[in-house]
Ligand binder design. Structure first.
Ligand SMILES: [Zn+2]
Length: 461
């Protein structure tokens, strides 16, 4: 590709100028870049065996959501959170509900179909809040990437509760007292808010915006459906999607670019609980605050920097909770937690700069460690690597946690903005050699294979 045509996914200033302006973007791939390397995750294996008619009705929902996605691109959204043609989507959802064996699952899906047709109301939200679902089907104007489009776009997904991963969540959340005590040791003023429900699940169906690239590993409902301040809040975490991203993107990046005291091997048994705990700890990290915490002033001054820094705080407090409180209870080595964390930093940074607040945030964390000498950019025979020791990285994380407590969580804009300026992608020098090497490699993404929705079993009468 000629230089004129090539797009630099690491051109922070140019990308940031366009952030949130991709309303007309129709490609399955975003952000724009020179090329993509795609791996596949076949969702057939996680799909429940409820017969051919069940699969056929999922395929109908997929077609309807994709038709609505096109209508929204052509004409926009008729009213907040609503579809141009809600009825066929709602009908497909009711059709799917008939094949679910559990009464609660059928009821929840019928309520969601009603919300698609007539909009959410307090009664629907209240009833959904009290339900324990095994199989969940959601359709709506669901949030996409913040740097792509700030409004939601038609998306539908279906997932099943993952008991094994959920057991890690329950065990971790029993340590709440220890987490709160650990936070106070980091900074006497730190508090832990209440975490909404966290459901570990395996995805078996995805349609519309959520089926484009890159993939989301979690949705936060109903906020991601545009319903703010609902008493019903639940994170749906797709463990199988996350595992595919770790194996096909994070692990190869770590093998190429990371030299620490543990090898990141997401398929190994010793890493089985870490990804779920990693995402759970990030969620928990969002609820770490001080009595004075208020992002209003920073939001008004620089909304992007505010989102970046809030993601950083969630990462940093989260991974400290995982490494210093939960790891011992699970018999997990701290070095493995840090290997996972740094591999994920590489995956996020590799998506580019100025496109995703969380990627910019991961860049800032790596840059902070390099400037503190907690990590070093080293020259190896085949190129540059990030080298270091997990205990030193942990010390760097504790240092950054205290800086965040003072600069971001104190409720004032300027010290937070200064932190973002000094260590964020606007000051790329410490990581530039690494970024130059990442740039020579294509972007990476995972594609869902859903051929089973159209298999002979599905089309048989
Ligand atoms: Zn977050």
């Amino acid at each position: 590709m000629s230089d004129e045509l090539s797009v630099n996914r690491f051109d922070y200033e140019a990308n940031l100028r366009r952030a949130g302006s991709y309303r007309d973007h129709r490609s399955a791939f975003w952000p724009p870049t020179d090329g993509y390397e795609v791996s596949f995750l076949d969702l057939a294996g996680d799909t429940p065996d409820f017969g051919g008619a069940f699969l056929r009705s999922l395929a109908v929902l997929k077609d309807e959501i994709e038709a609505e996605w096109k209508r929204v691109k052509d004409k926009g959204v008729p009213a907040r959170r609503r579809f141009n043609a809600p009825r066929p989507v709602a009908e497909a959802m009711r059709e799917i509900a008939e094949h679910l064996p559990g009464a609660a699952d059928r009821r929840a899906l019928t309520l969601r179909a009603r919300a698609v047709q007539d909009g959410y109301n307090d009664d629907i939200l209240r009833e959904l809040a009290g339900m324990e679902e095994e199989f969940t089907v959601v359709a709506g104007q669901v949030s996409t990437w913040y740097g792509k489009e700030v409004k939601g776009l038609p998306t539908a997904f279906a997932c099943r509760a993952d008991e094994h991963r959920q057991s890690f969540v329950s065990q971790a959340l029993r340590a709440e007292e220890d987490v709160a005590a650990h936070l106070r040791r980091l900074h006497a003023d730190l508090r832990l808010g209440r975490l909404p429900a966290f459901g570990a699940a395996r995805l078996f169906f995805m349609a519309g915006e959520g089926n484009l690239h890159p993939k989301h590993i979690a949705y936060f409902l109903p906020e991601d459906e545009g319903v703010k301040y609902s008493p019903f809040k639940k994170t749906y975490y797709f463990g199988n999607t996350h595992q595919a991203l770790l194996e096909s993107i994070s692990a190869p990046l770590a093998a190429r670019f990371l030299r620490v005291d543990a090898e990141f091997d997401p398929a190994a048994e010793r890493f089985a609980a870490i990804p779920t705990l990693g995402v759970l700890s990030h969620e928990l990290g969002h609820f770490v605050h001080r009595p004075a915490t208020d992002f209003k002033e920073l939001n008004a001054q620089d909304r992007w920097a505010s989102v970046v820094l809030q993601e950083i705080a969630a990462d940093v407090f989260g991974i400290l909770i995982l490494a210093e409180v939960w790891a011992e209870r699970f018999g997990i080595a701290q070095a493995d937690v840090i290997a996972y964390y740094l591999a994920e930093c590489l995956r996020y940074v590799d998506r580019g700069l100025g496109h995703f607040p969380d990627s910019d945030g991961m860049f800032l964390q790596l840059s902070y460690f390099v400037q503190l000498d907690a990590l070093t950019v080293k020259e190896e025979r085949h190129g540059r690597v990030l080298a270091g020791d997990s205990q030193v990285v942990l010390a760097g994380l504790r240092s950054l946690a205290r800086v965040l407590a003072d600069a971001l969580l104190a409720g004032k804009a300027e010290p937070a903005a200064a932190l973002h300026r000094t260590f964020g992608p606007a000051a790329p020098a410490p990581l530039r050699p690494l970024i130059e090497e990442l740039r020579r490699l294509p972007s990476k993404s995972v594609e869902y294979i859903q051929e089973h929705l159209y298999s002979p079993a599905a089309s048989a009468a």
